[in-house]
Design a protein around this ligand. Structure first.
Ligand code: HEM
Length: 403
């Protein structure tokens, strides 16, 4: 008899099984028994959970599903999500054609080619952080001392945001991505971030530099293609979207490798394995674990179920990336895996704009750690680590290491 129920309340932080990296057993069961099924959100709103690889792909490439979170009935995963819908979300929550018009303005700065051109600067940032760790330690705390500063320094470089302000803007985004924060706290943090960027962009309009924000404010705003609020919203999105995700992939990824010493040794022996290892880490860990939300604007059949216009959908990436119909032996972590096509970066028009950059950062970060600190090991027992199951981005809060 099926244990999957329509009235269960969606809790992405549901109890984990034996392995903290696996999706919670309640979702594994749902995937096996009813991979397109209804569940309830915190506000009692029914929403469809779409869990298989092919079905998630179908939703994310179908223009009848909207990403506009201001539309009535759009599924909000947490109460604090209400506060964030008040902001101008720019292209991440717009549908075509407006989505493409705005995303197209920054796309050229986020191609794989541009990311590869940044390699020397990224390598310099990563080497500098390892130098600092070596000068101070061992031990070190890999999240704060290494994983977080990499994406933050890189995106600051691209946007032209002073890295010295990172404590301030990261304290805002930390509140905004904490699902336990109240609506008021999220609203205040979000306003503080907007105020900070408004001030910075006003200074760039006066004295432009050679960076993306200056380019947006000087070229696009002056041509009337963007308002000042649009520039601030884009700055917010780009500054925000990439640092926790990439930082968690670096630290959580390193933890997973430390738990698989044979595969770690293989990487150390052959750096050519690094890009494949990064893809497998992205698939296996799927740090965006709360479901990618969409709203049906017409009746659509997905996986044999009819999703009606006005109904919400959560595309659940952790189970899609462990779908036995798509990946052989999906629950095994294997850096030699050749079946690609994971959706850790989403899919369709909203697929992550920063994926090239994230891949290069992850490759350089992990290859450098493995090369320069070959004796790297956990400095505390694995059982003492605190996992971020209740945060929007999965990972560990701290990763104490020694070498
Ligand atoms: C490993 C690191 C990363 C992961 C796992 C990740 C994951 C994702 C996912 C799943 C989406 C799709 C959201 C949706 O469909 O609603 C997305 C979109 C996005 N990501 Fe990333 N991301 C990462 C790194 C970055 C970086 C470094 C940036 C920096 C620019 C970035 C910027 C964005 C933006 C702006 C969008 C919205 C794209 C659109 O709506 O067209 N991400 N990301």
């Amino acid at each position: 008899m099926t244990q999957v129920s329509d009235t269960e309340v969606f809790d992405f932080a549901a109890e984990r099984g034996k392995c903290p990296y696996d999706p919670p057993p309640v979702f594994q069961r749902r995937m096996a028994e009813r991979p397109v099924s209804r569940i309830r959100l915190w506000n009692d709103q029914p929403v469809w959970m779409v869990m298989r690889h092919a079905d998630v792909r179908a939703v994310l490439t179908d223009e009848r599903f909207s990403a506009n979170n201001l539309a009535p009935g759009f599924p909000l995963i947490t109460p604090s999500g209400e506060a964030l819908t008040q902001d101008n979300p720019t292209f991440v929550r717009l549908d075509p054609p407006e989505h493409g018009r705005l995303r197209g303005m920054v796309n050229p700065d986020f191609t794989m080619k541009r990311a590869i051109a940044l390699r020397p600067q990224i390598q310099q940032i990563v080497d500098g952080l390892v130098d600092q760790m070596v000068a101070k330690g061992p031990p070190a705390e890999l999240v704060e001392d290494f994983a977080l500063p990499i994406p933050t320094q890189v995106i600051c470089l691209i946007l032209g945001v002073p890295y010295s302000d990172h404590d301030y803007f990261q304290s805002c985004t930390r509140v905004m991505t904490d699902v336990k924060a109240t609506e008021e706290e999220v609203g205040d943090a979000s306003q503080a971030l907007t105020d900070y960027l408004t001030g910075l962009i006003a200074r760039k309009a006066e004295e432009p530099g050679d960076d993306l924000l200056s380019k947006l404010v000087v070229e696009r705003e002056q041509r009337g293609e963007l308002s000042r609020d649009d520039v601030v919203a884009m700055a917010r999105l780009l500054l925000d979207a990439g640092h926790e995700t990439t930082a968690m992939m670096i630290s959580y990824g390193m933890l997973l490798l430390l738990r698989h010493p044979g595969q770690l040794a293989a990487l150390r022996a052959d750096e050519k394995l690094v890009p494949g290892a990064v893809e497998e880490l992205l698939r296996y860990l799927t740090v965006i674990h709360t479901g990618v939300p969409r709203l049906a604007t017409a009746d659509v059949e997905i996986g044999g179920e009819t999703i009606r216009a006005g109904e919400g959908v959560l595309c659940f990436l952790p189970t899609a990336n462990r779908d036995p119909g798509r990946f052989s032996d999906p629950d095994t972590f294997d850096i030699h895996r050749t079946d690609r096509g994971h959706m850790a970066f989403g899919f369709g028009v909203h697929q992550c704009i920063g994926q090239g950059l994230a891949r290069v950062e992850l490759q350089i970060a992990l290859a450098t750690l493995v090369r320069r600190l070959p004796e790297l090991a956990l400095a505390v027992p694995f059982e003492e680590l605190r996992f971020r199951h209740t945060m929007f981005v999965e990972g560990v809060y701290e990763l104490p290491v020694t070498w």
